[in-house]
Design a protein around this ligand. Structure first.
Ligand SMILES: [Zn+2]
Length: 339
């Protein structure tokens, strides 16, 4: 057990560590926003992580007119496998981190309690805590970004699973002969429908001779494809529709597996808004038209689009609150030990 660090002030700090940015939110105990900071660069090498995240937190606290002395707890969401008890990032492929004890190191550097959680699971906890989806006890939050993953909340509680893998639908095989995935399998959902796959589908079609307004855009991103689809580009519309059919099946899979009431969809790709949502709704209609059973479970409104960029940071705030609860539950005499 690592050293228990006691809270100093009352502010909560949520840090959403993404593949290409760090977003920090500062709130008071009743969830009023007091400060924000976003840096659009990668967090970098593991040995620099504590310093880089610490500077981002300082900037957000400066925006709030506060400093670390006013902080009760910090929550951090990281895209990868996390041991939330030890505060260790087991594996974050997109960040190049492996067995990094980020939680204890940050707590030591900042002098406040720090909670760590997978970013998508954290976002799901945050959606539940803030009742963003209403009084829904059973829901899934699907993040579509660089990868695809889900956070599952059942009976109002996050389902993590004994290995912390519940909801890792990005590595469910959809096409056994599909593209190779870093996990070792082929045709995983995220190799076919995450952001890089959206861009690759368009690039591959153009390489095969298809004409598109996307020609010449380099590097091509999923956002470009959705923008072109809205503008009427036939190739982009086809790509958006093909990807939407796969995502609709993933939503159907989640509903059939867990009988969740709502599937909230967010992440970097979903930020395309209606350009992302409209093809998805059409694809869900195709499933409903084909099957009375699918129509029964895929109720109207089953999909809830979250296009705001701060779902992850609010999730990290919820993780901070959980970290605070754990500290409060630890008897003062038991806080000895060495991280
Ligand atoms: Zn995979």
């Amino acid at each position: 057990m690592s050293t228990v660090v006691r809270p100093r002030g009352e502010l909560l700090v949520g840090v959403d560590v993404g593949g290409s940015k760090i977003a920090v939110l500062v709130t008071d105990p009743t969830a009023n926003v007091r400060g924000r900071y976003t840096q659009s660069t990668q967090v970098g090498a593991p040995e620099r992580a504590v310093a880089v995240i610490g500077r981002a937190i300082d900037a957000a606290l400066a925006d709030a007119g506060a400093d670390l002395g006013a902080v009760a707890a910090v929550g951090v969401g990281v895209p990868g496998r996390v041991d939330p008890i030890e505060g260790t990032v087991t594996q974050a492929v997109n960040l190049g981190w492996h067995d990094l004890p980020l939680g204890p190191r940050l707590a030591k550097a900042l002098g406040v309690p720090v909670g760590l959680e997978n970013d998508v699971r954290a976002a799901a906890i945050g959606l539940r805590e803030r009742r963003v989806l209403g009084d829904v006890e059973d829901f899934a939050y699907v993040s579509v970004g660089t990868g695809i993953a889900a956070g599952i909340v059942l009976d109002g509680r996050l389902r993590r699973g004994p290995r912390g893998m519940a909801g890792e639908i990005g590595h469910v095989v959809i096409e056994p002969d599909g593209p190779a995935c870093p996990c070792g399998l082929r045709g995983c959902l995220e190799t076919l429908a995450a952001g890089p796959a959206v861009a690759r589908r368009a690039a591959d079609a153009m390489a095969s001779g298809a004409r598109s307004s996307l020609a010449g855009i380099d590097p091509l991103a999923a956002a470009d494809v959705y923008e072109a689809a809205v503008a009427g580009d036939a190739l982009a519309i086809r790509v958006a529709d093909d990807v939407a059919r796969l995502l609709a099946r993933a939503i159907h899979l989640l509903v059939m597996t867990y009988d969740v009431e709502v599937v909230a969809v967010g992440g970097g790709v979903a930020r395309a808004g209606d350009a992302f949502l409209d093809p998805l709704l059409r694809a869900l209609d195709e499933l409903r038209d084909a099957s009375p059973l699918a129509a029964e479970v895929l109720v109207p409104g089953v999909v809830h689009l979250l296009s705001a960029p701060d779902t992850g940071a609010w999730g990290a705030i919820a993780v901070a609150r959980l970290a605070l609860g754990q500290v409060a539950a630890t008897p003062v005499g038991r806080e000895v030990g060495d991280g």
